[in-house]
Ligand binder design. Sequence first.
Ligand code: ADP
Length: 433
Amino acid sequence: MYKKVHLDLTILCAGITAAIMVSMSLLYLHISETEIYKNHFNSFQNDMNTIVMNLENQSIISMEWLSRMESRGNYIFYVLDNGIPYLYNILKDNSEKSLLFTEAMEAYEKHFSIAPSDDNSMSSFLFSSHMEYTFTSPSTGNDYYGCVIEIEKNSSTLQVIILSLLDSLENQIFRQRILFLMINIVTIFLLSAFSWIFTGKLLKPISENQQKQAQFIASASHELRTPLAVILSSAESCRDASPEKQSSFLETIKREGFHMSALIEDMLTLSSSDSQRFPVRMQPVELDTLLLNSCEAFESLAKKKLITISLSLPENTLPLCFCDSDRIRQVISILLHNAVSYTDEGGFIKLSLSYDKEQFHIFVTDNGIGIPDDDKKKIFDRFYRVEKSRSTKGHFGLGLSIAYEIIKSHGGTIGVKDAFGGGSTFFIYLPVK
Ligand code: ADP
């Protein structure tokens, strides 16, 4: 489930960003290619203007000049005087070239008839005209810029056809496309990796929460199953039992019912803290009075185990603590109940309160069985018990997690350390303001 959501989110995140990036780069590529073609064609037209001026000013077109022009601009020239090919062409031509020029002339005539004299690319001189165009040779499939120049001098007509192969320009554009493709592939790969990490980080708290909830439900069901099983079996046995036994079974059912009710109460408290609905009513509280009352409430329970409870309070008057008195009393009760439960007969429990400018310090110390270092942090987790076997009935492993949530909602700290001489000391720090 988590993996599928993670993958879907990654695809969505990377897909959208990649789609935006690819369309932007395609747009850029299109604009850039159009610009390159335009500049190249403009530069060809400029070259043709220069050549036409040269031709107008020359009385004789020499073979050297033609060959110089050809090699300088990578052009191919074909010259006709009154429709008869120049000796230059007769000497250099082969059948392929002749075919190419025939194709160029056909393209020119087609172009010219489609775009007659008002065509922009056509410049007219007194006795000359020239026209530039693009064409694809049907025989070779190559693209060319073509220019047909016509000059009338002394009642003779000079026709010059100049062709320029576009392969270097097309190679440049092809290289540019490949470069863009590679950049896009690398960027999509990086985007996917980034999206995977990013969405993973986003989903981590959700997945952890989901795991915790699943664990919570599993532990809760496990804890509820035991008293429920006892209730069901006692109810079953109760039917055929003697009246004395019946009252004992009913007593068991009642006791287990109380356990279940306490467990459900604890679970509801934790679930309301998870959904941020933890009711905390802050009011000024005299912490010393609160601790005194809590201590007195546990005296009889401690006495039953011959445990002594002592309370140490500061001598001077305490500032008022801004807290929810019921909730803080609940925390102290959880700590005292644990201290009584995990301290052997004849032990002692010490409750003390002190404060400084910033915090109230509450300590609950016992000389009981203590808590191993590895478990000190884990005991605040839900349903965690150091050794399940040593827990007495009515201990579900939820007390300290409730205490933790309450102190957290007060902006305070709760923790545990070893007590001097054995046992444990739980400490609570609550802010003075
Ligand atoms: P429980 O209801 O089982 O006491 P808690 O969340 O209150 O659950 O405590 C978690 C575990 O921490 C207990 O099961 C116990 O193993 C350990 N623990 C808590 N308080 C003490 C203590 N004062 N001395 C030793 N062990 C303790």
